[in-house]
Design a protein around this ligand. Structure first.
Ligand SMILES: Nc1ncnc2c1ncn2[C@@H]1O[C@H](COP(=O)(O)OP(=O)(O)OP(=O)(O)O)[C@@H](O)[C@H]1O
Ligand SMILES: [Mg+2]
Length: 266
């Protein structure tokens, strides 16, 4: 057994450098962040990079339709639709589609079954899986997030997948919907957003990557039409730059307290 870890390029050059060469094969990495921060764009890069390297690619979409994902890839300059045509990638649509590659329910068991079916269809070899978003599978039962994450990780590893799974954070509180994936995942790539001087800025930081040293600094995320994502930096930002104004935090706490008090019989 060689001691050098095999790594998969994310398709975003600077992110690979931050990670010390890419995502270690077999890892499950959580891509976390508020809406519009670049999670899906990164997932598309990861999938497309897989195609370029001859990997099998399974892409599960729960928030957007298959067509929307393929169109997004196209405007960013990635011919993912051709890869699907050629039989190198399968996009599983959990939202709109009713064909063979759709999900009828948002149960983790159904997800695994469909993903394994897709892997069998694509054939033997190194594979990449994107689940965008994983939160969708426990939105109505957030307490199950951890147990489901563990189950998914255990099963998918056996099928030679390296997995990128997104998890959504509320824009108001920056909290996850069911914190669980983050603990189970081998790594966390965290996107953040800040409106500064009337302009939206997005940032990325690798919060965790097991078994490997990684860059601990924050980078600015730039998304360009026809080209996709690139990172600029590192950027010098303080925690205060992301904190909610105290008046807003206070209001959130108060309104949460009120809604808890309003639940009958609790
Ligand atoms: N072709 C493009 N040219 C320039 N910017 C783009 C392009 N496509 C997407 N973007 C930028 O990327 C953002 C969307 O990023 P993305 O869809 O990855 O967010 P997300 O984190 O997945 O959000 P959500 O949680 O809502 O799914 C858009 O809001 C836009 O600012
Ligand atoms: Mg998205």
């Amino acid at each position: 057994m060689g001691s050098v870890m095999e790594r998969l390029s994310t398709g975003v050059k600077k992110l690979d450098e931050i990670l010390g060469g890419g995502i270690p094969r077999g890892f499950l990495v959580a891509v976390a962040g508020e809406p519009g921060t670049g999670k899906t764009v990164l997932c598309i890069h990861f999938a497309w990079q897989g195609i370029l390297e001859g990997d099998k690619v399974v892409y599960v979409t729960t928030e957007e339709s298959r067509e929307s994902v393929l169109r997004q890839a196209e405007v960013l300059g990635m011919e993912l639709a051709d890869a699907v045509e050629r039989g190198n990638a399968i996009v599983i649509d959990a939202l709109l589609s009713t064909d063979q590659w759709s999900l009828r329910t948002l149960n983790p068991e159904d997800l695994v079954e469909k993903v394994v079916e897709a892997k069998k269809k694509l054939g033997y070899g190194r594979a990449r899986l994107v689940v965008d978003s994983m939160s969708a599978f426990w939105l109505d039962k957030p307490a199950m997030a951890r147990k489901y994450s563990y189950y998914l990780k255990k099963v998918l590893y056996k099928w030679d997948f390296t997995v990128l799974a997104t998890t959504q954070y509320a824009i108001t509180t920056s909290e996850a919907f069911g914190f669980g994936l983050e603990h189970i995942a081998d790594g966390i790539i965290r996107f953040r957003r800040v409106v500064r001087g009337g302009r939206l800025r997005r940032y990325l930081i690798v919060e965790k990557m097991r078994q490997t040293p990684h860059d601990l600094r924050m980078y600015e995320v730039v998304i360009e039409d026809g080209r996709g994502m690139r990172l600029v930096g590192p950027i010098d930002l303080r925690a205060e730059d992301f904190a909610l104004p105290s008046i807003v935090s206070k209001k959130i706490v108060e309104s949460r307290k009120r809604s808890e008090e309003a639940v009958p019989g609790e």
